[in-house]
Write a protein that binds this ligand. Structure first.
Ligand SMILES: *Cc1c(COP(=O)(O)O)cnc(C)c1O
Length: 476
């Protein structure tokens, strides 16, 4: 299995070459040279596997350079009831990603039972194990630099905490995260985790990361890396739960299902696209956006139009507040028949004019037959969806998952189960839950007192030299 860049001007690479890197050297994103097909017999054999073994089987199709027995061990160490046992009291932790039927034909795939209560733990915990394994083998060290407004940073810290050879420098906007999110990150006591509270907003944090990463000499000398959503291994690890959800919702391989996915950077739903390309019988991939609807606009009209910062709204499903979708290029590469020169032209047009349009091109038909449909959900929709489900079943879902459920209901088709991916637990977004149902969401056991634990962080001004000096004095 070799990996190629969406821009077509980078050398082919192996899994271990791209594991620790971000963009390809030509500015593109890596994808497998072809998707490994999975036949009916294999589906039958995988159907009964426990999650960890299913993960090893699926990832085994994408990973080279790691012995099968080692990959299986890493998956078994990662996908345990202990790591993924932070969900609702009636969730089956041993299942890892349990399926819960909401009504006949409509189910919730619980992906948010990991340590940070969001689906990013599903892939990030494995990424931590893979990083540790690869670094131990090469004798190298890695310093992860990132910026976060919440979910990604905490998932990365909980995945990398205590791992030898790895340090994490995570920038967050000082005083601008929810109390719960801040407590979750800043209360980590591990010596390899550095929380840096930047005097500024999230964009300042991101600009600092970019500025430091552009200093190639510094980046190389201090072995700076990232774990953002374009990391291929994260996408690959997310493919696994589409298989898991499929097996849990069907009795026989060959039956079809649909998935509904609350989307931002297009990482989660891209994994569904890849599962479909591998042969998993997926009827529809229902992409849900909030008011920041750049992806919904594309799937309705063919036009992909980036939003300016001022046009990007702060909503009550904040992890979907994006102005462009960083993984979208991988889907476009596939849907234009892997024509890399065309991808280069489209992205040059994005840089120059902020948009491109596939409608009226021969590729629009490929988009229409890709299985993707989309929809949009607003603050009022989220509240109504949370309220309605709670009134009917007593179950409380988070605002992002509510966006997914709202759009899923618009695309139900008889005889095809719809599986909604749960991307966070409601405890992370208490304000919106109170607004919807008039009471606080329940907190999983062990999170009751998170705000009262001692916090560890360093406040820095939004200044690149100060940040570099901090990193220099703390790297291993
Ligand atoms: C990250 C995130 C999303 C968006 O996922 P993408 O892979 O970026 O599309 C949705 N909901 C929650 C809760 C998230 O943390």
């Amino acid at each position: 299995m070799k990996y190629v860049s969406t821009r077509g001007n980078a050398p082919e690479a192996a899994f271990l070459d791209i594991l620790l890197s971000g963009l390809a050297p030509d500015g593109g994103l890596y994808l497998p040279a072809s998707y490994p097909p999975v036949g009916r017999d294999e589906l039958d054999r995988w159907r009964t596997l426990p999650y960890a073994d299913l993960a090893a089987a699926v990832l085994g199709r994408f990973v080279t350079g790691i012995a099968a027995a080692d990959l299986e061990r890493l998956c078994r160490q990662t996908y345990t009831a202990q790591v993924y046992g932070h969900g609702r009291p009636d969730s089956d932790a041993a299942q890892i990603a349990p399926l819960r039927w909401l009504e006949p034909g409509l189910a919730l795939l619980e992906l948010s039972n990991g340590p940070t209560l969001a689906f990013k733990d599903m892939a990030m915990q494995l990424l931590g194990a893979l990083f540790e394994y690869a670094l131990a083998r090469s004798g190298e060290r890695l310093n992860i630099l990132g910026a976060t407004s919440g979910d990604t940073g905490s998932a990365a810290e909980y995945a990398m905490r205590g791992r030898p050879g790895i340090k994490v420098f995570m920038l967050s906007p000082h005083g601008r995260m929810s109390e719960f999110q801040r407590a979750q990150m800043y209360s980590l006591a591990d010596a390899n985790i550095f929380n840096i509270a930047v005097e500024g907003v999230f964009d300042d944090c991101q600009d600092l990361v970019k500025a430091v990463s552009n200093d190639l000499e510094f980046k190389r000398r201090l072995r700076i890396g990232t774990v953002n959503s374009i990391n291929w291994a994260r996408v690959a690890a997310q493919v696994v739960y589409y298989f898991k959800g499929y097996f849990a919702a069907t009795k026989r391989s060959g039956e079809r299902v649909s998935f509904a996915v609350p989307s931002g950077n297009f990482g989660n739903v891209l994994a569904g696209w890849i599962a479909r390309c591998m042969g998993l019988p997926i009827e529809r991939l229902v992409l849900a956006t909030n008011e920041n609807d750049v992806l919904d606009e594309f799937f309705r009209s063919g036009r992909y139009r980036l939003r300016a910062a001022a046009e990007t709204l702060a909503t009550s499903s904040p992890s979907m507040d994006i102005s462009k979708a960083s993984n979208f290029e991988r889907f476009v590469f596939d849907v234009v028949g892997r024509d890399a020169p065309l991808v280069r032209r489209l992205w040059a047009q994005l840089d120059a004019r902020g948009s491109f349009d596939l409608a009226g091109t021969p590729h629009w038909q490929a988009v229409r037959s890709s299985g993707f449909v989309s929809g949009r959900s607003t603050h009022a929709d989220r509240l109504a969806t949370i309220r309605e489900l709670h009134a009917r079943s007593g179950l409380v879902i988070d605002p992002h998952t509510a966006d997914g459920l709202k759009v899923a209901r618009e695309h139900l088709s008889p005889g095809v189960p719809m599986i909604c991916l749960e991307t966070a637990l409601p405890a992370k977004f208490a304000g919106t839950i109170v607004e919807a149902i008039g009471r606080q969401p329940e907190r999983p056991a062990g999170y009751a007192d998170v705000e009262s634990r001692p916090q560890r962080f360093t406040v820095l001004p939004a200044d690149m030299e100060r940040l570099k000096a901090f990193i220099e004095t703390h790297v291993g």
